[in-house]
Design a binder for this molecule. Structure first.
Ligand SMILES: [Ca+2]
Ligand SMILES: [Ca+2]
Ligand SMILES: [Ca+2]
Length: 438
């Protein structure tokens, strides 16, 4: 028993010794690690210090260099005159961008653009150019000084104006410039590659888009029938509105026969009396009509087609003059010298002419007799010289009127112009000719 107790006590001691040794070892290891870390931190701090010192030295050096350079510039004297010209070692005069080349200040460049050669080294002696000084230098394509403008031959950046730059330079003969939209074959209002306009308002040709085009006569503010600079018409013949300048508008009465001309005036029809006299043997109505047209031929005021104011027995006036059948609109019946006679065919029959009727030679032959066979009411009388083919029997004649006075008034009221008395066909009288077509 004693032996075993002794053995157990020695074993406990060994264990305690081992534990003490382990604690001591752990403490030693911790101490070693901490010493190593401290050493490393000290090294880093030293490196940082060195870097800081180097940077301070560099900053001082830079400041010194700047001070030295500034001193050198100050020696040239330019620092005290920021806008004055300076000279380089080669003697080339350099102007600041905001300063004009002319000391008198009369020719200031339009822009402060300064162009230099590729190598800006002043000491190399290469040329320095200023766009706008009026002298073409360096890379400048041009330089017209103060005349450099976007719409001039030379532009503010001293580049040459050209077709395709999007600006119209009239000095280069450009009529348009749509830049990238210039086309080879320009359409309406389009610009060609040569800066010429295609069809457009103002070319004097009316294109489908245009109501009018009077070319250079197109007006900013338009009056009646005048073409605007947009090739539009405000008030014109054909707009469906009768303006004070117009008598009528064509097509406004689709139910009746139109008496409105394309120029917005009413039909004009001339009535004249033959200067010559003939017996009742006129060769029939057709030959009498032909005689009227021959008389009218060659007389400027007597255009159009004529018929003789004659009827054969039993004939209806509107059959003979079918051109006026159903026409109720205004017609200006006038003499060769434009005196008004009647404002419609109906008025001519019912009221007679308002004035004496002149001959194709513009003579006023008063108190003359005129073959008609037409009563004051527009009816065929009896007696037509055998349908105007023979000097047999007699026929109704009208009277060419009086120059003035009470007889003239009676002549008007009685419509004696067409119905005055009867005359033997073998006698001679004039004929009236009435225009029936343009
Ligand atoms: Ca251009
Ligand atoms: Ca046109
Ligand atoms: Ca009109």
């Amino acid at each position: 028993m004693q032996l075993s107790q002794l053995s157990h006590l020695s074993h406990l001691r060994v264990i305690r010794v081992i534990r003490v040794i382990r604690v001591i070892l752990v403490i030693l290891v911790i101490l070693v690690i901490r010493v190593i870390l401290v050493i490393r931190v000290i090294r880093v701090i030293r490196v940082i210090r060195v870097i800081l010192v180097i940077r301070v030295i560099l900053v001082i050096l830079v400041i010194l260099v700047i001070l030295v350079m500034g001193g050198a510039c100050g020696d040239s004297g330019a620092a005290t005159e920021p806008h004055a010209a300076s000279s380089d070692s080669t003697g080339v005069t350099i102007f600041p961008a905001t300063a004009g080349p002319d000391t008198a200040g009369t020719d200031t460049p339009t822009s402060g653009v300064v162009t230099t050669t590729d190598d800006p080294d002043i000491d190399s002696g290469e040329e320095i150019s200023v766009c706008g000084d009026g002298i073409k230098q360096g890379d400048e394509k041009c330089d017209d000084g103060a005349k450099n403008q976007t719409d001039a031959a030379c532009k503010p950046d001293c580049e040459l104006a050209e077709c395709g730059d999007g600006v119209i330079q009239a000095v280069n003969g450009e009529l348009c410039d749509a830049g990238g939209r210039n086309t080879d074959i320009p359409g309406y209002d389009q610009c060609s590659m040569e800066c010429k306009l295609g069809p457009h308002c103002g070319d004097g040709i009316r294109q489908v888009h245009e109501a009018c085009d009077d070319g250079g006569l197109n007006k900013e503010s338009t009056g009646y029938n005048e073409c605007s600079t947009e090739c539009e018409l405000d008030r014109f013949c054909g707009d469906g509105i009768v303006q004070p300048e117009e008598e009528c508008e064509p097509g406004m009465d689709p139910l009746g026969i139109q008496t409105c001309n394309a120029d917005c005036s009413f039909w004009r029809r001339v009535i004249f009396m033959s200067a010559g006299m003939y017996s009742g043997e006129l060769g029939g109505l057709d030959n009498a009509d032909e005689r009227c047209n021959r008389l009218a031929d060659g007389v400027e005021e007597l255009g159009g087609t004529y018929k003789a104011w004659l009827l054969v027995d039993m004939q209806d006036l509107y059959v003979r003059f079918h051109e006026y059948s159903g026409v109720n609109g205004t017609i200006h019946f006038v003499t060769i010298d434009n005196l008004p006679l009647a404002e419609s065919f109906k008025a001519l029959i019912e009221e007679g002419p308002k004035n004496r009727i002149t001959t194709e030679t513009k003579a006023h032959d008063f108190k003359e007799l005129v073959w008609t066979n037409i009563t004051a009411d527009g009816l065929a009388f009896q007696g037509d010289c055998n349908a105007w083919t023979a000097n047999e029997g007699d026929a109704l004649v009208g009277h060419s009127g009086y120059d003035d006075g009470i007889q003239h008034q009676d002549w008007l009221e009685d419509r004696s112009w067409t119905a005055f008395t009867k005359l033997a066909c073998v006698q001679t009288a004039h004929i009236y000719c009435i225009q029936v077509a343009d």
